[in-house]
Design a protein around this ligand. Structure first.
Ligand code: CO
Length: 295
């Protein structure tokens, strides 16, 4: 891996990690989700990076994919279990990282620790030649040893330049995946632990989008917005808030673009039995053959 790229990966990782801690520190009873997301993303920009995806603030049985809207009034409540999943990129090189915090109670410390321990143990095993299945098995055993279940239909993933999910899929249970970790790979490992059924399902739309396909439609406003989206977000996921900052009529155009199959709206993912969910995530780069946590 060339030094220039490695430097960008490290910088993106460091900024992502700091942004995650900033987000976690701001979460408190009565604070709006919107203010936390905006501060996290402003921090990335101030440090010379850009958000690689909208700040995810998913609460309790929501495992992932909630980000506040531009007019969102939702606040954190006492007892909320909050997954803070953030990512910054530097010229397309991404850091992806998450932690779980509880608002003013300590009811879910063991659940939080289960995903954190699984991540720490999984990261220890990563090196060139290791199979993805063995990393997954380590995650599964660590979570079960704490008395919880891994979420089996959420996975870690490979990453590429301006590509948040590229190549590898790293299951959170031993799926026997024989694919081997190779030099210079960049991966995100993200164990999710739950006291529920161990799966998530799609619920309501969560305000996060990506481009599905290019298509001309007879709507100048919507076509103009899609141009701005391509120019500003480089094919990475984005949200209503960011679009509204570019065009006040964006909420209307986003609906049109989804209806025409040009955009995909990510649903919020919630636990099938309504269980509580914790998540911990780091980005790991194989610098040559050596694993290095960047976030
Ligand atoms: Co990720």
């Amino acid at each position: 891996m060339n030094d220039d790229i490695l430097e960008k990966i490290r910088r993106a990782g460091a900024i992502s990690g700091e942004a995650r801690k900033l987000g976690a520190s701001l979460i408190d009873e009565g604070v709006t989700l919107l203010s936390v997301a905006e501060e996290v993303e402003a921090y990335m920009l101030k440090k010379g990076a850009r958000p690689a995806f909208p700040t995810n603030l998913s609460i309790n049985d929501q495992a992932a994919h909630y980000t506040p809207r531009s007019d969102d009034k939702l606040t954190f409540k006492k007892g909320d279990l909050v997954k803070v999943d953030v990512g910054a990129h530097v010229d397309g090189y991404i850091g992806d990282t998450a932690q779980t915090v509880e608002v003013r109670t300590k009811n879910w410390t063991n659940l939080i620790n289960a995903s954190a321990k699984a991540l720490a143990m999984a990261v220890e095993t990563v090196s060139e030649g290791v199979t993805v299945g063995s990393i997954s098995g380590t995650i599964e055993r660590a979570i079960k040893s704490e008395g919880f279940l891994p979420v089996t239909n959420l996975t870690g993933h490979g990453m590429g330049c301006y590509n948040l999910h590229a190549g590898l899929t790293i299951a959170n249970y031993d799926d026997g995946n024989p694919t081997k970790i190779k030099k210079d790979m960049m991966i995100a490992i993200e164990p999710f632990a739950t006291n529920g059924g161990g799966e998530v399902r799609n619920s309501k739309p969560g305000n996060i989008y990506r481009i599905l396909r290019d298509r001309e439609i007879k709507d100048d406003g919507a076509m103009k917005l899609i141009g701005l989206i391509k120019e500003n977000f480089h094919g990475l996921p984005f949200c209503e808030r960011w679009c509204t900052a570019l065009d006040p009529k964006a909420p209307l155009h986003l609906k049109t673009l989804v209806r025409h199959g040009i955009l995909y709206a990510y649903p919020v993912l919630t636990e099938i039995k309504g269980g509580m969910v914790s998540q911990t995530e780091h980005t790991v780069v194989l610098n040559g053959y050596k694993a290095e946590v960047t976030t």
